[in-house]
Design a binder for this molecule. Structure first.
Ligand code: NAP
Length: 258
């Protein structure tokens, strides 16, 4: 049995939709106070309302992870509203497909700005509050794409997701003396609004490549993130956990024939 997270202060970036919304709801259900962050305040408010309706505590906040001033305002709001920051889920991310043959500099920069620089800005903004408390949990949403696998059209995305893990390893070393852990969840193909936008053909091909025969749910990812946030995970830092229904295991489609 894990120690309760009731009353912990949590910041989730990219929490209006998809995995971030699932993270926010899961931490809300665990009794945490959740700052629901996205660029669209209306959608953030709707996600926060769901948490409130389930009996939790939540506040919506409009911010763009690519802007340092927004991230600093986000951290200030969480610290002032909830009395500190115990947990940061740096989750906001984009995955527009773009084959190398047509990928522009702007395409590459946009993905890096949100996925990699956004991770750095969210983490660094929340550090002062965590250092003051001499404890904290940082959980990055990376991906299997980049750190473990490749996928045509997502070279920039894969680089950004692998980059998050490079960032994580050094951050984990620097922050360990402050009682702060930094870990990452690596989702496979999780059914979210963002994934739905990639179309039915993409979804069917992914379902066929997952040994468990289904896409993951946002709750599957949120449960893993919740574990990294527990007191019992205090001695785990700089690590990543794949949540993919076994997708990275087969050497080929034939390997799944039984
Ligand atoms: P999604 O459904 O498209 O949701 C993305 C979220 O990020 C939204 O809340 C969006 O809100 C927010 N966001 C995007 N850019 C932002 C910015 N600049 N500033 C603040 N918020 C921003 O995506 P998802 O599938 O849940 O993906 C979430 C994370 O999981 C990403 O890091 C992604 O790389 C990772 N991931 C997803 C999968 C998957 O299968 N779905 C697999 C592996 C990894 P606004 O548009 O309102 O700002």
């Amino acid at each position: 049995m894990f120690t309760s997270l009731k009353g912990r202060s949590v910041v989730v970036t990219g929490a209006s939709k998809g995995i971030g919304r699932g993270l926010a709801q899961r931490f809300g259900l665990a009794g945490c106070k959740v700052l629901v962050v996205s660029r669209n305040l209306g959608e953030a408010k709707s996600a926060a309302a769901d948490i409130l309706a389930a009996g939790g505590t939540a506040l919506a906040f409009e911010a763009d992870v690519t802007r340092q001033a927004d991230m600093q305002a986000m951290a200030r709001t969480a610290a002032e509203s909830f009395g500190g920051i115990d947990i940061l889920c740096a989750n906001a991310g984009i995955f527009p497909a773009s084959p190398l043959a047509t990928m522009s500099e702007a395409d590459f920069d946009a993905v890096m700005a949100t996925n990699l620089k956004g991770t750095f800005l969210a983490v660094s903004a929340c550090l002062p509050a965590m250092k003051e408390q001499k404890k904290g949990r940082i959980i990055l949403t990376s991906s299997i794409t980049g750190p473990v696998t490749g996928n045509s059209g997502w070279a920039h995305y894969g680089a950004s997701k692998a980059g998050q893990l490079g960032f994580m390893r050094t951050a984990a070393i620097e922050l360990a003396p402050h009682g702060i852990t930094v870990n990452a969840v690596l989702p496979g193909n999780i059914f979210t609004e963002g994934l739905r936008d990639l179309g039915q053909d993409y979804i069917h091909s992914m379902e066929a490549s997952v040994p468990m025969g289904r896409l993951g749910s946002v709750t599957d990812v949120a449960n893993a993130a919740l574990f990294f946030a527990t007191d019992e995970a205090a001695y785990i830092t700089g690590q990543s956990l794949v949540i993919d229904g076994g997708q990275i295991l087969p050497e080929s489609l034939a390997a799944m024939a039984v």
